[in-house]
Design a protein around this ligand. Structure first.
Ligand code: PLP
Length: 375
Protein backbone atom coordinates (compact mmCIF):
# COMPACT_ATOMS: atom_id res chain seq x y z
CA UNK A 1 0.00 0.00 0.00
CA UNK A 2 1.35 3.38 -1.04
CA UNK A 3 1.87 5.97 1.70
CA UNK A 4 2.65 9.67 1.65
CA UNK A 5 6.16 9.80 3.22
CA UNK A 6 5.91 13.48 4.20
CA UNK A 7 3.11 12.71 6.69
CA UNK A 8 4.64 11.88 10.08
CA UNK A 9 3.48 8.72 11.86
CA UNK A 10 1.55 7.68 13.80
CA UNK A 11 -1.67 8.43 11.97
CA UNK A 12 -5.05 6.97 11.15
CA UNK A 13 -5.78 6.91 7.47
CA UNK A 14 -9.44 6.89 6.42
CA UNK A 15 -9.94 5.89 2.81
CA UNK A 16 -13.06 7.49 1.31
CA UNK A 17 -13.26 4.95 -1.49
CA UNK A 18 -13.44 2.10 1.01
CA UNK A 19 -15.87 4.03 3.21
CA UNK A 20 -18.12 4.72 0.24
CA UNK A 21 -18.03 1.04 -0.70
CA UNK A 22 -19.64 0.26 2.68
CA UNK A 23 -22.11 3.13 2.38
CA UNK A 24 -23.25 1.89 -1.03
CA UNK A 25 -24.00 -1.54 0.46
CA UNK A 26 -25.93 0.00 3.35
CA UNK A 27 -27.89 2.25 0.98
CA UNK A 28 -28.79 -0.81 -1.07
CA UNK A 29 -30.09 -2.58 2.06
CA UNK A 30 -32.14 0.53 2.86
CA UNK A 31 -33.56 0.74 -0.64
CA UNK A 32 -34.45 -2.93 -0.86
CA UNK A 33 -35.85 -3.34 2.65
CA UNK A 34 -37.36 0.05 3.46
CA UNK A 35 -35.45 0.19 6.77
CA UNK A 36 -33.80 3.34 8.01
CA UNK A 37 -30.11 3.06 8.86
CA UNK A 38 -28.33 5.23 11.44
CA UNK A 39 -24.63 5.59 12.18
CA UNK A 40 -23.83 4.47 15.74
CA UNK A 41 -21.35 7.18 16.66
CA UNK A 42 -19.94 5.10 19.49
CA UNK A 43 -17.86 3.21 16.91
CA UNK A 44 -16.82 6.14 14.72
CA UNK A 45 -17.23 9.84 15.42
CA UNK A 46 -14.65 11.35 13.09
CA UNK A 47 -17.01 14.05 12.00
CA UNK A 48 -15.02 15.24 9.01
CA UNK A 49 -16.58 12.23 7.28
CA UNK A 50 -20.13 12.92 8.47
CA UNK A 51 -21.18 14.82 5.32
CA UNK A 52 -20.22 11.81 3.18
CA UNK A 53 -21.96 9.35 5.53
CA UNK A 54 -25.03 11.60 5.79
CA UNK A 55 -25.40 11.53 2.02
CA UNK A 56 -26.18 7.80 2.30
CA UNK A 57 -27.68 7.14 5.75
CA UNK A 58 -30.73 8.50 7.61
CA UNK A 59 -29.14 9.87 10.74
CA UNK A 60 -27.19 8.92 13.82
CA UNK A 61 -27.59 7.32 17.17
CA UNK A 62 -25.84 8.58 20.28
CA UNK A 63 -24.92 6.97 23.57
CA UNK A 64 -25.51 10.18 25.45
CA UNK A 65 -25.30 13.95 25.49
CA UNK A 66 -21.94 14.64 23.86
CA UNK A 67 -22.47 12.34 20.90
CA UNK A 68 -25.92 13.86 20.43
CA UNK A 69 -24.43 17.37 20.31
CA UNK A 70 -21.85 16.19 17.78
CA UNK A 71 -24.63 14.72 15.65
CA UNK A 72 -26.54 18.00 15.73
CA UNK A 73 -23.48 20.04 14.84
CA UNK A 74 -22.08 17.86 12.07
CA UNK A 75 -24.55 15.24 10.83
CA UNK A 76 -28.09 16.57 11.05
CA UNK A 77 -30.90 14.32 9.78
CA UNK A 78 -32.52 12.05 12.41
CA UNK A 79 -30.91 12.19 15.85
CA UNK A 80 -31.61 9.19 18.07
CA UNK A 81 -30.25 8.65 21.54
CA UNK A 82 -30.09 5.70 23.86
CA UNK A 83 -28.41 6.22 27.23
CA UNK A 84 -28.28 3.68 30.07
CA UNK A 85 -29.26 6.41 32.57
CA UNK A 86 -29.86 10.07 31.73
CA UNK A 87 -29.38 12.93 34.16
CA UNK A 88 -31.75 15.91 34.25
CA UNK A 89 -29.11 18.07 32.62
CA UNK A 90 -28.70 15.58 29.73
CA UNK A 91 -32.39 15.57 28.93
CA UNK A 92 -32.77 19.34 29.24
CA UNK A 93 -29.81 19.97 26.97
CA UNK A 94 -30.78 17.38 24.35
CA UNK A 95 -34.50 18.02 24.18
CA UNK A 96 -34.34 20.91 21.74
CA UNK A 97 -32.59 18.89 19.04
CA UNK A 98 -32.92 15.10 19.42
CA UNK A 99 -35.77 13.27 17.67
CA UNK A 100 -35.97 9.83 19.29
CA UNK A 101 -35.13 9.18 22.93
CA UNK A 102 -34.84 5.58 24.11
CA UNK A 103 -35.00 4.87 27.84
CA UNK A 104 -33.45 1.94 29.64
CA UNK A 105 -35.89 1.58 32.56
CA UNK A 106 -39.48 2.24 33.54
CA UNK A 107 -38.24 4.74 36.13
CA UNK A 108 -36.36 6.80 33.54
CA UNK A 109 -39.26 6.52 31.13
CA UNK A 110 -41.77 7.92 33.62
CA UNK A 111 -39.37 10.55 34.91
CA UNK A 112 -38.88 12.18 31.50
CA UNK A 113 -41.83 11.14 29.36
CA UNK A 114 -43.94 14.27 29.83
CA UNK A 115 -41.04 16.60 29.15
CA UNK A 116 -40.15 14.64 26.03
CA UNK A 117 -43.70 14.36 24.69
CA UNK A 118 -44.41 18.03 25.35
CA UNK A 119 -41.33 18.85 23.32
CA UNK A 120 -42.74 16.75 20.47
CA UNK A 121 -40.22 13.92 20.77
CA UNK A 122 -40.69 10.27 19.97
CA UNK A 123 -39.91 8.04 22.92
CA UNK A 124 -39.23 4.34 23.26
CA UNK A 125 -37.91 1.74 25.63
CA UNK A 126 -35.03 -0.67 25.33
CA UNK A 127 -36.00 -4.28 25.85
CA UNK A 128 -33.86 -7.24 26.81
CA UNK A 129 -34.98 -10.31 24.86
CA UNK A 130 -32.80 -12.52 27.08
CA UNK A 131 -31.53 -14.41 24.07
CA UNK A 132 -27.76 -14.64 23.87
CA UNK A 133 -26.43 -15.40 20.42
CA UNK A 134 -22.80 -14.63 21.20
CA UNK A 135 -20.24 -17.10 22.46
CA UNK A 136 -19.30 -17.05 26.13
CA UNK A 137 -15.90 -15.49 25.39
CA UNK A 138 -17.67 -12.27 24.43
CA UNK A 139 -19.61 -11.89 27.66
CA UNK A 140 -18.39 -8.29 27.91
CA UNK A 141 -20.14 -7.45 24.64
CA UNK A 142 -23.35 -9.38 25.32
CA UNK A 143 -26.29 -7.23 26.51
CA UNK A 144 -28.22 -10.48 27.13
CA UNK A 145 -25.66 -11.79 29.60
CA UNK A 146 -27.10 -12.65 33.01
CA UNK A 147 -25.62 -9.58 34.67
CA UNK A 148 -26.77 -7.20 31.92
CA UNK A 149 -28.06 -3.74 32.85
CA UNK A 150 -29.30 -3.13 29.31
CA UNK A 151 -33.01 -3.10 28.59
CA UNK A 152 -36.05 -4.29 30.47
CA UNK A 153 -37.11 -7.92 30.53
CA UNK A 154 -40.59 -9.08 29.57
CA UNK A 155 -41.53 -9.64 33.22
CA UNK A 156 -40.69 -5.99 33.98
CA UNK A 157 -42.69 -4.35 31.19
CA UNK A 158 -45.00 -1.77 32.75
CA UNK A 159 -48.04 -1.50 30.50
CA UNK A 160 -48.66 2.07 31.66
CA UNK A 161 -45.77 3.20 29.41
CA UNK A 162 -48.18 2.81 26.48
CA UNK A 163 -49.36 4.64 24.45
CA UNK A 164 -46.63 7.21 25.24
CA UNK A 165 -44.04 4.60 24.29
CA UNK A 166 -44.07 4.32 20.51
CA UNK A 167 -41.08 2.08 19.93
CA UNK A 168 -38.99 -0.83 21.12
CA UNK A 169 -35.23 -0.88 20.88
CA UNK A 170 -33.12 -3.98 21.26
CA UNK A 171 -29.37 -4.29 20.80
CA UNK A 172 -27.91 -7.72 21.46
CA UNK A 173 -25.45 -8.46 18.65
CA UNK A 174 -21.74 -7.86 18.11
CA UNK A 175 -20.05 -8.55 14.76
CA UNK A 176 -22.81 -11.01 13.87
CA UNK A 177 -24.61 -12.26 10.79
CA UNK A 178 -28.31 -12.14 9.87
CA UNK A 179 -29.00 -15.60 11.32
CA UNK A 180 -28.29 -14.26 14.83
CA UNK A 181 -30.63 -11.33 14.17
CA UNK A 182 -33.34 -13.70 12.98
CA UNK A 183 -33.04 -15.82 16.14
CA UNK A 184 -33.17 -12.66 18.26
CA UNK A 185 -36.14 -11.16 16.43
CA UNK A 186 -38.12 -14.41 16.74
CA UNK A 187 -37.57 -14.25 20.49
CA UNK A 188 -38.59 -10.58 20.58
CA UNK A 189 -41.72 -11.39 18.59
CA UNK A 190 -42.62 -14.37 20.79
CA UNK A 191 -42.11 -12.49 24.04
CA UNK A 192 -43.05 -8.89 23.23
CA UNK A 193 -45.25 -9.29 20.12
CA UNK A 194 -48.45 -8.61 22.07
CA UNK A 195 -47.24 -5.04 22.60
CA UNK A 196 -46.40 -4.36 18.95
CA UNK A 197 -49.89 -2.96 18.33
CA UNK A 198 -48.98 0.06 20.48
CA UNK A 199 -45.83 0.82 18.49
CA UNK A 200 -44.85 2.77 15.40
CA UNK A 201 -41.22 1.70 15.15
CA UNK A 202 -38.75 -0.92 16.23
CA UNK A 203 -34.98 -0.50 16.38
CA UNK A 204 -32.81 -3.60 15.85
CA UNK A 205 -29.72 -1.93 17.37
CA UNK A 206 -26.24 -2.54 15.99
CA UNK A 207 -23.77 -5.41 15.76
CA UNK A 208 -24.90 -6.35 12.24
CA UNK A 209 -21.76 -6.95 10.17
CA UNK A 210 -23.69 -6.01 7.04
CA UNK A 211 -20.70 -4.92 4.97
CA UNK A 212 -18.65 -8.06 5.62
CA UNK A 213 -18.24 -10.23 2.53
CA UNK A 214 -20.08 -13.25 3.97
CA UNK A 215 -22.99 -11.32 5.50
CA UNK A 216 -26.37 -12.69 4.42
CA UNK A 217 -28.01 -9.46 3.24
CA UNK A 218 -30.92 -11.27 1.61
CA UNK A 219 -31.92 -12.74 4.98
CA UNK A 220 -31.73 -9.31 6.59
CA UNK A 221 -33.82 -7.68 3.87
CA UNK A 222 -36.43 -10.45 4.07
CA UNK A 223 -36.72 -10.10 7.84
CA UNK A 224 -37.13 -6.31 7.67
CA UNK A 225 -39.81 -6.61 4.99
CA UNK A 226 -41.64 -9.20 7.08
CA UNK A 227 -41.65 -6.90 10.13
CA UNK A 228 -42.77 -3.89 8.13
CA UNK A 229 -45.54 -5.76 6.35
CA UNK A 230 -46.79 -7.83 9.28
CA UNK A 231 -46.77 -5.14 11.95
CA UNK A 232 -46.67 -1.85 9.98
CA UNK A 233 -43.62 -0.78 11.95
CA UNK A 234 -40.82 1.49 10.82
CA UNK A 235 -37.59 -0.50 11.20
CA UNK A 236 -34.30 1.09 12.24
CA UNK A 237 -30.82 -0.43 12.17
CA UNK A 238 -27.95 1.37 13.85
CA UNK A 239 -24.67 -0.28 12.90
CA UNK A 240 -21.38 1.26 13.95
CA UNK A 241 -18.71 -1.17 12.81
CA UNK A 242 -20.37 -2.02 9.52
CA UNK A 243 -20.26 1.61 8.39
CA UNK A 244 -16.47 1.86 8.56
CA UNK A 245 -15.45 -1.81 8.43
CA UNK A 246 -12.04 -2.15 6.73
CA UNK A 247 -12.12 1.52 5.70
CA UNK A 248 -9.24 2.72 7.86
CA UNK A 249 -5.64 2.00 8.78
CA UNK A 250 -3.28 2.85 11.61
CA UNK A 251 0.16 3.70 10.30
CA UNK A 252 3.22 3.51 12.54
CA UNK A 253 6.99 3.31 12.18
CA UNK A 254 9.52 0.86 13.60
CA UNK A 255 11.67 2.89 16.03
CA UNK A 256 13.85 0.10 17.43
CA UNK A 257 14.19 -3.66 17.37
CA UNK A 258 15.12 -5.60 20.50
CA UNK A 259 15.40 -9.36 21.02
CA UNK A 260 13.91 -11.74 23.56
CA UNK A 261 13.70 -15.21 22.01
CA UNK A 262 12.78 -13.51 18.75
CA UNK A 263 12.72 -9.96 17.47
CA UNK A 264 10.44 -7.36 19.02
CA UNK A 265 9.78 -4.25 16.95
CA UNK A 266 9.06 -1.16 19.01
CA UNK A 267 6.66 1.13 17.22
CA UNK A 268 5.73 4.79 17.56
CA UNK A 269 2.13 3.66 17.95
CA UNK A 270 0.52 1.62 20.70
CA UNK A 271 -2.11 -1.07 21.07
CA UNK A 272 -3.11 0.26 24.48
CA UNK A 273 -3.46 3.87 23.39
CA UNK A 274 -4.32 3.70 19.69
CA UNK A 275 -5.90 0.29 19.03
CA UNK A 276 -7.28 -0.70 22.43
CA UNK A 277 -9.65 -3.38 21.11
CA UNK A 278 -6.57 -5.43 20.16
CA UNK A 279 -6.14 -5.85 23.92
CA UNK A 280 -9.74 -5.63 25.13
CA UNK A 281 -11.55 -7.89 22.65
CA UNK A 282 -8.83 -9.29 22.30
CA UNK A 283 -7.79 -9.90 18.70
CA UNK A 284 -4.77 -9.48 16.49
CA UNK A 285 -5.31 -6.87 13.79
CA UNK A 286 -4.01 -7.73 10.33
CA UNK A 287 -1.01 -5.83 9.00
CA UNK A 288 -0.48 -4.96 5.33
CA UNK A 289 2.11 -7.33 3.83
CA UNK A 290 2.03 -9.87 6.70
CA UNK A 291 2.51 -13.56 5.96
CA UNK A 292 2.25 -15.82 8.99
CA UNK A 293 3.87 -18.69 7.07
CA UNK A 294 7.02 -16.63 6.40
CA UNK A 295 10.11 -17.60 8.41
CA UNK A 296 10.74 -14.12 9.85
CA UNK A 297 8.57 -13.74 12.95
CA UNK A 298 8.41 -10.53 14.93
CA UNK A 299 6.39 -9.23 17.85
CA UNK A 300 4.91 -5.80 17.13
CA UNK A 301 4.98 -3.83 20.35
CA UNK A 302 3.68 -0.45 21.41
CA UNK A 303 5.68 2.51 22.61
CA UNK A 304 4.32 2.67 26.17
CA UNK A 305 5.88 1.15 29.29
CA UNK A 306 3.00 -1.29 29.76
CA UNK A 307 4.39 -4.82 29.33
CA UNK A 308 1.19 -5.96 27.67
CA UNK A 309 1.22 -3.20 25.07
CA UNK A 310 1.53 -5.64 22.19
CA UNK A 311 -0.30 -6.22 18.93
CA UNK A 312 0.91 -9.83 18.65
CA UNK A 313 3.40 -11.92 16.69
CA UNK A 314 3.45 -11.56 12.92
CA UNK A 315 5.34 -13.16 10.05
CA UNK A 316 6.84 -11.08 7.23
CA UNK A 317 8.67 -12.18 4.07
CA UNK A 318 11.58 -9.81 4.91
CA UNK A 319 12.93 -8.82 8.33
CA UNK A 320 11.60 -5.47 9.54
CA UNK A 321 14.14 -2.66 9.81
CA UNK A 322 14.25 0.51 11.85
CA UNK A 323 12.35 3.15 9.89
CA UNK A 324 9.96 0.72 8.17
CA UNK A 325 6.26 1.56 8.14
CA UNK A 326 3.79 -0.83 9.74
CA UNK A 327 0.18 -0.50 8.59
CA UNK A 328 -2.55 -2.05 10.77
CA UNK A 329 -5.79 -2.78 8.96
CA UNK A 330 -9.41 -2.18 9.95
CA UNK A 331 -8.45 0.71 12.19
CA UNK A 332 -11.39 3.09 11.72
CA UNK A 333 -13.82 1.46 14.14
CA UNK A 334 -13.53 1.75 17.92
CA UNK A 335 -10.09 3.37 17.64
CA UNK A 336 -10.24 7.17 17.34
CA UNK A 337 -13.18 7.19 19.77
CA UNK A 338 -11.14 5.24 22.32
CA UNK A 339 -7.62 6.69 22.15
CA UNK A 340 -5.82 7.70 25.30
CA UNK A 341 -2.64 9.62 26.04
CA UNK A 342 -1.64 7.14 28.75
CA UNK A 343 2.12 7.21 29.32
CA UNK A 344 2.26 10.55 27.54
CA UNK A 345 1.74 8.76 24.26
CA UNK A 346 1.05 11.23 21.43
CA UNK A 347 -2.30 10.86 19.66
CA UNK A 348 -2.14 9.75 16.01
CA UNK A 349 -3.16 12.38 13.52
CA UNK A 350 -6.09 11.74 11.20
CA UNK A 351 -5.58 11.57 7.45
CA UNK A 352 -8.21 11.55 4.74
CA UNK A 353 -7.43 9.62 1.56
CA UNK A 354 -9.73 11.07 -1.06
CA UNK A 355 -11.13 9.25 -4.07
CA UNK A 356 -8.17 10.27 -6.21
CA UNK A 357 -5.81 8.67 -3.68
CA UNK A 358 -4.49 11.96 -2.27
CA UNK A 359 -3.78 12.05 1.46
CA UNK A 360 -4.51 15.13 3.59
CA UNK A 361 -3.93 15.53 7.31
CA UNK A 362 -7.28 16.73 8.66
CA UNK A 363 -6.29 16.83 12.30
CA UNK A 364 -3.06 16.57 14.24
CA UNK A 365 -2.43 16.61 17.97
CA UNK A 366 0.38 17.76 20.21
CA UNK A 367 1.57 18.10 23.79
CA UNK A 368 -1.38 20.37 24.64
CA UNK A 369 -3.85 17.54 24.00
CA UNK A 370 -2.04 15.43 26.59
CA UNK A 371 -1.74 18.25 29.10
CA UNK A 372 -5.18 19.70 28.45
CA UNK A 373 -7.17 16.96 30.07
CA UNK A 374 -4.94 16.67 33.12
CA UNK A 375 -5.55 20.02 34.71
C1 PLP B 1 -22.61 -0.27 20.30
C2 PLP B 1 -23.99 -0.01 19.89
C3 PLP B 1 -24.32 0.05 18.53
C4 PLP B 1 -23.33 -0.19 17.42
O1 PLP B 1 -22.79 -1.46 17.49
P1 PLP B 1 -21.76 -2.01 16.37
O2 PLP B 1 -21.32 -3.31 16.96
O3 PLP B 1 -20.63 -1.04 16.28
O4 PLP B 1 -22.52 -2.15 15.12
C5 PLP B 1 -25.64 0.34 18.20
N1 PLP B 1 -26.57 0.55 19.16
C6 PLP B 1 -26.28 0.49 20.49
C7 PLP B 1 -27.35 0.73 21.47
C8 PLP B 1 -24.98 0.21 20.88
O5 PLP B 1 -24.70 0.14 22.19
Amino acid sequence: MKLTPSIPTPYYLIDETLLEHNLTILKDVKDQSGAKILLAQKAFSTYAFYPLIASYLDGTTSSGLYEAILAKEHFGKEIHVFGPAYKDHDIETMLPFVDHIVFNSNTQFHRYKDKALNAGKTIGIRINPEKSTQDAAHHMYDPCSITSRMGIKLQDIDSSIFPACSGFHFHTLCQQNADALEITFKEVERKFGAYFKHLRWINFGGGHHITRADYDREKLIKLIRYVKETYQLEVYLEPGEAVVLNAGFLVGTVIDIVHNDFPIALLDTSATCHYPDAIEMPFRPNVVGMDDEAPYQVRLAGGTCLSGDNFGVYGFPQPLKIGDSVIFEDAALYTMVKTTTFNGMPLPSIVRRDKKGNDTVIKSFDYDDFKGKLG
